[in-house]
Design a protein around this ligand. Structure first.
Ligand SMILES: *[C@@H]1O[C@H](CO)[C@@H](O)[C@H](O)[C@H]1NC(C)=O
Ligand SMILES: *[C@@H]1O[C@H](CO)[C@@H](O)[C@H](O)[C@H]1NC(C)=O
Length: 391
């Protein structure tokens, strides 16, 4: 076949394969996977490990679980997506009756757990390794453009159904970015935004404010530190700084990053720290720092020339929150959250369409980590989510 003959084929591809996804692999037995480590030991669940390839060749890990005895009467699929510096394991770190991953399965949902690129329960890249700059060359723009469509596409491909979407923190920001560009809208059912982050103008985590104002992000970039990790030689920095017995030190450290969490169980510290946090790209943090300094939610700023080449304009385009549909959505946010700041959330609400049509739940005492690790999140947050999905 001549090149000319195949050319029309290539031009057709983008439209023909809308929503198409790369190769899918299923490996139920993976011994170092999330299923093997956190779900199977509990017993009673069918859990399987999937990997799906994004259009930029990352191998995204997704776990699917359902309670074994409910398998035939499923309430349909739901995709749950973690936040920055966390992984899909975060939905399983409390006891089963307190963890969202298990609770959804217990209610009869077909639960799909997302793990964005470079996190522990994802599977790397087809050609880059951790040592390559390309492995870390991404921010929320790529998560929204590649990872989220791959995960949602996988669920649709395997179930033939539209999943509900539950996002936390940067998991919500990915969805806002995609939805604001009118992508994936017809691929999801109800949407749940926990500790929503569109704007980070008022983030009041002192560490983040300091880092953004002092351009620490740029320093990292200048030093060619592409991976950002909060651990050193496999030990969390917080555990190096704070002795196991020094609870006050640990609490202060966690508060400095996430706000004054009301409801964490600090006796679970060692266990939780053996899973969290997980590395992210320095570029991802640089992008957040840009958003903080410029007080907007726009794409990554590559500088005048870089922007011109990439976006055809000198400044990066902003994501337009007035395009995010809210007719089937619930937003749950906390008054002590230093990262999903209350004013930033209110600013988001002011821009969303259909004012008042979506549900809002406000927990005055809650800070960022309470949503994923709070011992009462099952009663205060997850119960509402289950009721909302059921309604
Ligand atoms: C899922 O994707 C594969 C290719 O990866 C395709 O052959 C199959 O038809 C898809 N199934 C559904 C239900 O979309
Ligand atoms: C805190 O965690 C410990 C260890 O897992 C457990 O024994 C205790 O009951 C938990 N406390 C609360 C309030 O959940």
């Amino acid at each position: 076949m001549t090149l000319l003959a195949v050319a029309p084929l290539f031009f057709c591809l983008p439209t023909f394969f809308v929503g198409a996804i790369g190769p899918i692999k299923v490996d139920i037995q993976r011994s170092d996977g999330l299923c093997a480590l956190l779900v199977n030991p509990v017993g009673g669940y069918n859990c399987a490990e999937y990997s799906v390839q994004t259009d930029d060749q990352f191998l995204i890990g997704v776990q699917r679980l359902a309670i074994a005895r409910h398998a035939s009467e499923s309430k349909g699929p739901v995709l749950v997506l973690h936040g920055i510096l966390l992984g899909g394991d975060v939905w399983f770190l409390n006891p089963p009756e307190e963890s969202l991953g298990f609770m959804l399965a217990d209610k009869g949902y077909d639960v799909w757990i997302g793990n964005t690129r470079t996190t522990r329960f994802s599977y790397g890249h087809t050609s880059y390794t951790k040592e390559d700059e390309g492995f870390w060359d991404w921010s929320v723009d790529e998560l929204a453009k590649y990872d989220l469509p791959a995960m949602i596409g996988l669920v649709q491909n395997q179930t033939g159904l539209k999943p509900h979407f539950i996002g936390f923190s940067q998991g919500t920001q990915q969805a806002f970015a995609a939805f604001s560009e009118e992508r994936l809208l017809d691929m999801v059912s109800k949407t749940v935004y926990m500790a929503p982050v569109a704007y980070v103008r008022n983030v009041h985590a002192p560490i983040s404010q300091l880092a953004a104002s002092a351009y620490i992000d740029r320093l990292f970039q200048a030093l060619h530190i592409y991976e950002f990790s909060t651990s050193y030689r496999k030990k969390e920095v917080v555990d190096i700084i704070c002795k196991p017995t020094a609870l006050g030190c640990y609490r202060t450290f966690i508060t400095a990053f996430t706000g004054n969490n009301c409801c964490l169980n600090f006796s679970r510290r060692t266990f939780v720290d053996s899973y969290e946090t997980q590395p992210t790209a320095t570029k991802n943090l640089v992008h957040l720092a840009q958003q903080y300094r410029k007080k907007n939610f726009a794409k990554y700023d590559y500088g005048f020339l870089g922007n011109l080449l990439r976006y055809g304009r000198f400044t990066p385009p902003a994501y337009d929150m007035s395009k995010v549909p809210t007719n089937n959505a619930i937003f749950i946010h906390g008054g002590a959250d230093a990262l999903s700041d209350t004013q930033d959330v209110l600013d988001l609400f002011a821009l969303l369409p259909d004012g008042g049509r979506y549900k809002v739940s406000f927990l005055p005492e809650y800070a960022h980590l309470d949503f994923v690790l709070g011992t009462n999140a099952n009663r205060l947050v997850y119960k509402q989510i289950l009721d909302f999905l059921d309604s």
